[in-house]
Design a protein. Structure first.
Length: 311
């Protein structure tokens, strides 16, 4: 689920039989080949185990569109499945001009302070992206509000030409979304570590059934990769005009204790590459995710994913 420099702009046009053969070979290589190590020596099929897990993940089926609001239900895998719009905003910000690392760090501090100064803001955090990030802007801005009225007022504010006040002239691009939480898990509430996010767009022609399966399977990564301490899986919504127009449909956020948890444990997981990746791979017939992704990561100074819940 990380972007690859070699990905093409469109799905492969190979015949269906060839695509099916490629899919079978890929699953055999990644899933059956790793089954013994993943099952502590027992020769169980990892794919079968994952399918059993999927049956217990409660993610609402969208009604005709990947961004339709989900139902509120309780899942059976230990995580909370909320379906709530909530009081959070998550954004990517592009800084005008040629900003170096010092400029990005300074602007992140100023942006976090600006957010904290707004009425009804409970938490505001901004941090520059690490060099390992691909396809995103310069930094991530996370906010949490105390009331839905305050959140709505903020959404109206930033849709205006001068909504960011004295910082407006330093902003080249703003992508600000309001997550609709599908599922979330907190294994380490209060963790201040490395937050990674995958911003993605499910293609509009994807069938509702495929979208529902994709949404149900993605949280399996949190079970398969113990280095993921906290996580949140959401659809994204935003205003339909101005700088808040959102090209992304989903946001997959994780918190790790260290960068190695992301770069080693997560990126080398056979569940990642052998199962979930088929939704992203242009050579796989199951692909529904657009090849334009943003893979971002930053060092936290606050427990962003457990705001309001940490003890």
């Amino acid at each position: 689920m990380a972007p690859s420099a070699g990905q093409s702009a469109h799905a492969s046009g190979r015949p269906a039989a060839d695509r099916d053969a490629a899919l079978a070979a890929r699953r055999h290589r990644w899933l059956l080949g790793h089954a013994e190590s993943e099952c502590d020596g027992r020769r169980h099929c990892l794919l079968g185990r994952l399918r059993r897990e999927v049956e217990h993940v409660a993610i609402a089926t969208p009604r005709g569109h990947a961004r339709s609001p989900p139902s509120t239900r309780c899942g059976g895998t230990g995580e909370r499945v909320t379906g709530e719009v909530g009081l959070r905003f998550v954004g990517q910000v592009g800084i005008a001009g040629d900003a170096d690392a010092g400029d990005r760090a300074e602007f992140a501090r100023d942006l976090a302070a600006f957010g904290a100064s707004l009425e009804g803001v409970a938490d505001s955090h901004a941090s520059p992206h690490l060099d390992l990030s691909v396809g995103g802007l310069d930094l991530t801005w996370d906010l949490r509000f105390t009331t839905s009225e305050a959140a709505q007022a903020f959404e109206t504010l930033v849709s205006r030409a001068e909504g960011l006040g004295p910082l407006q002239g330093r902003v080249e691009q703003l992508e600000l979304g309001r997550p609709i939480t599908l599922a979330t898990g907190l294994g380490r509430p209060g963790l201040v570590g490395v937050k990674r996010a995958l911003w993605l767009r499910v293609e509009p022609e994807a069938s509702p059934d495929d979208v529902a399966r994709f949404e149900a399977e993605t949280p399996l990564l949190a079970k398969a990769v113990p280095a993921i301490r906290n996580w949140r899986w959401s659809r994204l919504t935003s205003a339909d005009h101005g700088p808040m127009e959102m090209r992304w449909t989903h946001l997959w956020e994780q918190e790790f204790e260290t960068v190695e948890g992301l770069q080693v444990d997560y990126m080398s997981s056979p569940v990642h590459w052998g199962h979930i990746d088929r939704w992203f791979d242009p050579e796989m017939p199951d692909r529904i995710v657009d090849l334009w992704l943003a893979h971002t990561a930053y060092v936290e100074t606050a427990p962003v994913l457990s705001w309001g819940e940490a003890g």
